[in-house]
Design a protein around this ligand. Structure first.
Ligand code: EPZ
Length: 418
């Protein structure tokens, strides 16, 4: 069992540097195997999900040379199977990006089906819709997905829902399909743009990433490249909310302020101070903060991955706030843990009605998923007294040295592992 022990009530002050974007790195690592030359990737976050993904590509035969914690050279020329092992899909859903990458490069892929997870059912019907439109034959048997084609052909694909995963997965496959594929109603997240820029740096021909229409003219082969991953929008937002909730003053470095606009807007509405620099933001948490309403939406709307962290900040703001989770159907489970710390929140379906309280009190808490874990750490840092958080392995999947960064800001947090 891995735990954090936190002594709360201390405002967090100081500077923190943000790492590379996990959700860009996952798509980029999958895409890197599509080249048969060395691909150097810098600024990868040293988190468990990334390390599992790197294990998965070396398992199928790709060469993986970890230069340092944040730099890797990948070469896909030695791949010797299109079959991804079940253990990887069970550990990380993003293994499904291998379908798009291997189908695009080898016209075949065998990948275990991802299950649902802590925050919802998370179907992959739009991924399959895209692959079928490109001419792939998809069979599902024995809990695995078998995709085959005689050569992918361009298609005009309209996604029924805005989906990050399907946009990246279909972009991967289409980047080597014959002709020009158009994806309509595409997701526009910063990590989509980063994956598209990465593929283009290997010789792909992708236009329009970051808008809702992406045009992809397939190419025969990719060449090697050197690429650096963008900063992680959600890690940055997490520390912004931490500054607000603990009434601290944090300079968050190595960010792209544009990617944080919806979070900045909400913290300003609450009465906090947010100062933007070229590659940093400073958040100064106001002593008295006001309520506001939040609805999670696809980018550039308020990110669902910031919903738990914002709910904690609002739980400590004066008045009634309403948070609507419009992306996932089960992303308020952590609220039960907040209630045990003295928060006053009522969840009805995908809406949380929050009545701000002056103070939270420490408790022993169970972490239900990655982003809820970061939010519960934030609540414990503000709460009066001691908190013990169990199952913090979830947090290590997406946050690098989370406890060290918090301790560097004056937070009293100890990592314990039996
Ligand atoms: C990505 O998940 C992120 N994960 C999630 O972050 C993030 O919450 C999510 O995008 C939304 O931004 C990675 O990038 C690895 P979606 P993904 O496909 O791609 C429905 C984190 O904390 N949908 O955009 O799985 C789906 O059920 C993680 O880092 C379909 O109906 O999300 C959901 O309601 C948690 N059919 C909505 O679309 C499909 O085929 C958005 O899902 C695909 C999705």
């Amino acid at each position: 069992m891995e735990q954090y022990i936190i002594e709360g009530g201390i405002p967090l002050n100081g500077e923190v540097t943000i790492g590379g974007a996990k959700n860009a790195a996952l798509g980029i690592i999958a895409g890197a195997v599509m080249a048969d030359e060395d691909v150097l990737i810098e600024n990868i976050p040293n988190v468990n999900d990334i390390n599992v993904m790197l294990e998965a590509i070396s398992e199928i035969g790709a060469k993986v040379n970890r230069i340092d914690a944040h730099t890797v050279v990948i070469n896909g020329s030695s791949i010797n199977t299109n079959e991804v092992k079940d253990e990887y899909m069970r550990k990380i859903r993003a293994s499904y990006y291998f379908i798009g990458a291997l189908l695009g490069k080898y016209n075949s892929a065998h990948v275990p089906l991802p299950g649902g997870c802590e925050i919802g059912a998370r179907p992959i019907d739009q991924h399959l819709k895209g692959f079928r439109a490109l001419g792939a034959k998809i069979d599902i048997s024995g809990g695995s997905l078998h995709a085959k084609s005689d050569g992918l052909k361009a298609a005009h694909i309209y996604f029924d829902v805005v989906t990050v995963g399907a946009t990246i997965n279909v972009m991967l496959a289409a980047s080597m399909a014959h002709g020009q594929t158009i994806i309509e109603n595409a997701a526009r997240e910063p990590h989509i743009v980063d994956v598209a820029n990465f593929l283009n740096s290997m010789g792909a021909n992708i236009k329009g990433a970051g808008t809702d229409t992406i045009r992809i003219r397939g190419v025969e082969r990719f060449h090697g490249t050197e690429y650096s991953i963008i900063p992680d929008q959600i890690e940055a937002g997490t520390f912004m909310c931490m500054a607000a909730a603990t009434r601290g003053n944090i300079l968050i470095k190595n960010v792209i302020p544009k990617h944080l606009e919806s979070i900045t807007a909400k913290l300003l509405e609450m009465g906090n101070e947010v100062i933007e620099y070229d590659e940093a933001v400073r958040v100064i948490g106001a002593a008295e903060q006001r309520h506001t309403d939040v609805k999670t939406l696809p980018y550039p709307g308020f990110p669902t991955d910031m919903q738990p962290q914002m709910t904690v900040a609002l739980a400590l703001a004066e008045g009634i706030s309403v948070v609507t989770e419009s992306i996932f159907e089960n992303r308020f489970k952590y609220v039960d843990e907040l209630l045990r710390m003295g928060a006053s929140i009522r969840v009805e379906g995908n809406v949380a009605v929050i009545c701000g309280v002056k103070e939270l009190s420490g408790a022993s808490i169970n972490v239900p998923d990655l982003r809820a874990g970061a939010a519960l750490v934030t609540a414990a840092l503000k709460a009066k007294g001691k908190s013990t958080l169990d199952e913090i392995g979830y947090i290590k999947r997406g946050y690098e040295e989370f406890d060290k960064k918090i301790a560097g800001l004056g937070g009293k947090i100890t990592y314990i592992s039996d």
